[in-house]
Design a protein around this ligand. Structure first.
Ligand SMILES: Cc1ncc(COP(=O)(O)O)c(C=O)c1O
Length: 358
């Protein structure tokens, strides 16, 4: 096998054992050993989980979300989540599984701990079975772009602890953090304290992905959780897909070995610079064409600009027109965790920070 990088470097994989591993089922249960080792060392460097956790290489966050929901929730169970959230899993996994989504109010800095507290007290007051799982996207949230500050995360973690709730931390945009007004990329330092880094009792299941920083087509990521959870996920992953894709695991392991930690960080800096540039270009365009007509919080992470349209109660009303004009937006209404509802007008749209050439 040989991989050609954009800078012309060629990585040749000709060790027969590696070539064979790339073409076989994933026999090492938690992932191809060199990639598992990299992921574990890297996760420990980034998060230093305090509670005896373990990792497993996955086929990306989406599939792992499905596995976690299946493992912990039954039809009719409540799933706590940010009010506006990653629509794909709700449409295709959460609603068809018959789960009862419980929206928690949010602002420009993500989920509100006060609202979470009220919601949980409501369950207790009504004598209902309390939720077991909270799903959250804490950085560059899809679709709002919000980053939940550390103090809020600590409050949310404490509430989950008090109420016996597991936290599914879906963090694919973690590395795509940038200074809103330009400035040097932060690389791997100063990316903030994850829920995993606070997890003294193994209630956090953290999902990382190579999708947003290398390529989504690799279908590769990793999960960090309590060993008992990892063990269940190992059986589940092997049951449904015979493990993470061996071919991309070997290729990714070779790429990471070629880069080394410093090269990986240099690549992350390039991505952060790229997304800072896209965010600035998109905001300049919004300023020019939507000044006074829309408002937004400058994104500091991820791939989305969350626009509140002024004087338009529901952004759905102008969707057809936007399509005619070839403007790509996600209507805010479809990002409500309970799905679009005519009785719940939404004045927001989310604009992906796609390559300006697209
Ligand atoms: C919040 C969120 N989670 C997960 C995913 C999918 O991640 P992966 O490609 O690792 O399955 C996306 C992709 O857009 C996303 O926005």
């Amino acid at each position: 096998m040989s991989l050609k990088l954009r800078d012309g470097t060629r990585i040749v994989i000709d060790d027969p054992a590696k070539v064979a591993a790339a073409q076989q089922y994933s026999f090492t249960l938690k992932g191809y050993a060199p990639l598992y080792d990299w992921v574990k060392a890297h996760a420990w460097r980034m998060h230093a989980p305090p509670g005896g956790h373990d990792v497993m290489v996955t086929n990306g966050n989406n599939q792992t979300i499905e596995m976690v929901l299946r493992l912990f929730l039954d039809r009719g169970d409540a799933l706590l989540c940010e009010q506006n959230t990653y629509p794909h899993i709700f449409e295709s996994l959460v609603h068809p599984a018959g789960l009862h989504t419980v929206p928690v109010a949010m602002d420009g800095e993500g989920m509100l701990p006060g609202a979470l507290c009220e919601t949980l007290e409501g369950f207790a007051a009504r004598g209902e079975r309390p939720p077991r799982l909270l799903y959250t996207v804490p950085v560059g949230q899809n679709p709002t772009g919000a980053i939940t500050p550390e103090a809020r995360r600590r409050e949310i973690y404490a509430l989950c602890r008090d109420h016996g709730i597991l936290i599914l931390e879906d963090d694919p945009y973690f590395y795509l953090q940038f200074a809103p007004g330009g400035g040097a990329p932060c690389g791997l330092t100063g990316l903030g304290a994850s829920y995993l880094s606070m997890d003294v009792d193994g209630r956090v299941i953290r999902l990382d992905s190579f999708a947003k920083v290398v390529a989504p087509g690799l279908r590769l990521g990793w999960v960090t959780a309590a060993p008992a959870v990892i063990q269940k996920l190992v059986f589940h992953l092997h049951g449904i897909s015979l493990g993470a894709c061996s071919f991309t695991q070997v290729a990714m392991a070779e790429l990471l070995q070629h880069w080394g930690e410093a090269g990986f960080e240099a690549h992350i800096c390039t991505m952060q610079r790229e997304y800072a540039g896209r965010a600035a270009a998109l905001q300049a365009a919004a300023q020019e064409h939507l000044g006074g007509l829309a408002s937004w919080t400058p994104p500091a992470a991820g791939m989305f600009l969350w626009l509140r349209l002024h004087g338009i109660p529901c952004a759905d009303a102008i969707l057809e027109r936007l399509q005619t004009e070839k403007v790509v937006v996600v209507p805010g209404s479809i990002t409500h965790c309970r799905g679009p509802d005519a009785g719940r007008p939404c004045p927001f749209t989310s604009r992906p920070l796609t390559d300006p050439r697209m």
